[in-house]
Design a protein around this ligand. Structure first.
Ligand code: NAD
Length: 331
């Protein structure tokens, strides 16, 4: 039996997390979920959106899966997601982007993986005001962090039979910080002669991804670019409701959808739970439960091929529950 920390999150988080739990349990894998809450809803009780017992629960179980947590925009507390990633040193944010037959989008055969550096860059949290005149946000790029994320990307490519790794940067403008990322990428690439590599400036990468996404395989990049480029890529395969993610460190892993708490559709039972369900597939594979992972993946393939009972973002009009039941039918 596995013990997994479950953080449902807020907004559509509890709805999609409940769907994911049903789907995982239907595979027969024995998981005890240790449910803990984080976010604005726990501040009154604990004085913080990320109480110590939540961190302790992840440390104890070593594996967690979470729904999205709302972060106030332009004010308020530091993002729970960023704090978790930094506190647990979850230095990799792995986001596979793959087309499903039956899901309408501009492309049909997308199969690429974004590897986002997850602990530094513009997410270092070092910001200050300069009187009323301006503000500064400091971008930190360190050699050890560049090395470990680039090494992860090349090892991932090697272990998953991928052919090419592309380093994405803006070293033409940020010659020192992104220059360090790019030089480190090239050094690491030279140690993997069997894997092709190239590099690309982030703005050109965005244009190329929209025009020729099939040219890309594994892409590794600093934190903010990874955030933006993975949302862009979600648009190539049916939107934010589809893309899973994993935050991985040396000691712990936290699986979560790429999307946010979607306040515009929260509480209506219409959210698409595919992203967190696909995150649970990544979690099951991480745990070595390949059969259970494949059961869910195959069920998703069949549901999308058939095209019935899809949620609104995918062109259907089913509720989250109806869509989940459709998956359960095939499991
Ligand atoms: P969002 O991803 O929540 O929503 C963007 C758009 O995509 C919305 O129109 C939403 O309805 C749609 N969408 C997202 N997920 C969907 C799903 N599963 N099914 C159907 N439609 C879906 O982005 P946002 O509105 O910019 O952010 C809302 C909040 O979420 C912010 O507070 C942000 O900080 C937070 N956020 C959290 C995480 C996380 O917890 N990992 C990630 C991103 C954003």
């Amino acid at each position: 039996m596995y013990k997994v920390t479950l953080i449902p999150g807020d907004g559509i988080g509890p709805e999609v997390a409940a769907a994911m739990v049903k789907v995982v349990e239907a595979t027969g894998v024995d998981i005890e979920w240790e449910k803990v809450d984080a976010g604005a809803g726990v501040i009154d009780e604990y004085g913080t959106p990320l109480p110590e017992h939540v961190i302790d629960a992840i440390k104890r179980n070593k594996i967690a899966i979470k729904g999205p947590v709302t972060t106030p925009v332009g004010k308020g507390f530091k993002s729970v997601n960023v704090t978790l990633r930094q506190t647990l040193d979850l230095y990799v944010n792995l986001r596979p982007v793959k087309s499903f037959k039956g899901i309408k989008s501009r492309y049909e055969d997308i199969d690429l993986v974004i590897v986002r550096e997850n602990t530094e860059g513009l997410y270092s949290g070092i910001e200050h005001k300069i009187g009323d005149y301006g503000a500064e946000t400091i971008k930190i790029i360190t050699k050890p962090a560049c090395e470990r994320i680039c090494e992860f990307a090349f090892n991932y490519a090697k272990d998953n039979n991928r052919k090419k790794v592309t380093g994405v940067h803006k070293a033409n403008i940020m010659k020192l910080s992104d220059g360090l990322f790019l030089n480190t990428f090239r050094n690491i690439a030279s140690k993997y002669p069997d894997i092709q590599s190239d590099d690309l400036i982030v703005d050109a990468a965005c244009m190329n991804l929209v025009i020729n996404p099939e040219k890309y395989d594994v892409m590794v990049m600093p934190n903010l670019y990874g955030d933006i480029v993975s949302d862009l890529c979600s648009g190539l395969v049916g939107g934010l409701g589809m893309i899973p993610g994993a935050n991985i460190g040396k000691d712990y892993a936290v699986f979560e959808a790429v999307h946010g708490s979607a306040p515009d559709i929260a509480g209506k039972n219409i959210a698409n739970p595919t992203a967190i369900i696909q995150s649970s597939v990544m979690m099951l594979r991480y745990l070595g439960e390949q059969e259970a992972a494949s059961k869910i993946e195959n069920a998703l393939v069949k549901v999308f091929e058939k095209g019935e009972n899809l949620t609104g973002d995918l062109g259907g009009n089913a509720t989250t529950d109806e869509f989940t039941n459709e998956i359960l039918k095939y499991i």
